[in-house]
Design a protein around this ligand. Structure first.
Ligand code: HEC
Length: 273
């Protein structure tokens, strides 16, 4: 009895600790806007057309400042991703100029990119990136969708997910031009979805920043949702496989439980009880 009580008390404490709203941590940061992405929920999958549109936005807008070093051009043709045909993947890769070498004379040389190359970065190094962006560093976007949370608090995250894609979406649509808190923030822009509220990234999109290859209307909301979905895929390319496997494991456990129950009935059927 005593130990039961202890366990109950410990469980209660654990719940209290984990479920407590992070009142201090949240400070100025606003909860992300909740979108229904196709990849959410237990059976969610990526929308191929959306991934292609998202890549188009990254390539034409974000790639000017943000690297995606963990992605290789060939990934654009991978099953479960944007699934571009091979020729298209080669063409995207060939747009980049890659420094390779050394050649037989010890010299480095430049060549067009190949599908096996990582995405080309806009700057040579962090120092150059900071110099051009007024001291701020545009983070690599490969894993950002998994590294940030749009929703906070255990119960909220249990219901809505962590919301990395929603966070990116909200930052992109969340700029507020006329915000004055009486302090001088230099060239920073006000964005309540960014931690601290003041961001060094100038508003990157206003709508019609790209002309979609599939004819979709390029509103700022559409562009932002598409690039957020693309970044989610980049950060978790095996999401569909993980969900499929999870479902199969649950199904297996249900079948196994049923069989064990029948075995138990058979074994005990001769015994009075
Ligand atoms: C002109 C350069 C520039 C462009 C273009 C740009 N960004 Fe940024 N971005 C930055 C900089 C600089 C920061 C760092 C801001 C800071 O630390 O205050 C940043 C920060 C961010 C953040 C917040 C990162 C964090 O740490 O939480 C996100 C999300 C983001 N960018 C996404 C994008 C996306 C998506 C695009 C394309 C639609 C894009 N950016 C285009 C320069 C740029």
């Amino acid at each position: 009895m005593n130990s039961l009580k202890k366990i109950a008390a410990a469980a209660g404490l654990a719940l209290a600790v984990f479920a407590a709203p992070p009142a201090l941590a949240a400070s100025a940061q606003q909860e992300a806007i909740n979108l229904d992405f196709s990849f959410e929920g237990p059976f969610g999958t990526f929308d191929r057309a959306q991934l292609q549109r998202g890549f188009q936005v990254y390539r034409e807008v974000c790639a000017a400042c943000h690297s995606m070093s963990y992605l290789h051009y060939r990934n654009l043709g991978d099953e479960g991703g944007p699934e571009y045909p091979e020729e298209q993947v080669k063409a995207f890769a060939a747009e980049a100029t890659v420094v390779d070498g050394p050649d037989s004379e010890g010299e480095m040389f430049e060549r067009p990119g190949k599908p096996s190359d990582p995405f080309a970065a806009p700057y040579r190094n962090e120092q150059e990136a900071r110099l051009i962006n007024g001291g701020a560093y545009p983070p690599d976007l490969s894993l950002l969708a998994k590294a940030r949370a749009g929703f906070h608090g255990t119960i909220n995250q249990f219901i809505n997910g962590v919301g990395g894609a929603e966070y990116i979406y909200s930052v992109l649509v969340g700029y507020e031009e006329a915000h004055d808190d009486g302090e001088d923030h230099g060239t920073l822009s006000y964005n309540p979805y960014f931690a601290g509220g003041w961001i060094a990234m100038p508003q990157p999109m206003y709508g019609d920043d790209v002309v979609y290859a599939d004819g979709t209307e390029a509103t700022i909301e559409q562009e932002s949702a598409d690039v957020a979905a693309f970044l989610m895929w980049a950060a978790e390319p095996k999401l569909e496989e993980r969900k499929r496997l999870g479902f199969q494991v649950i199904l297996y456990l249900i079948v196994l439980a049923g069989m064990l129950y029948m075995v138990k009935r058979k074994l005990w059927s001769d015994i009075d009880h």
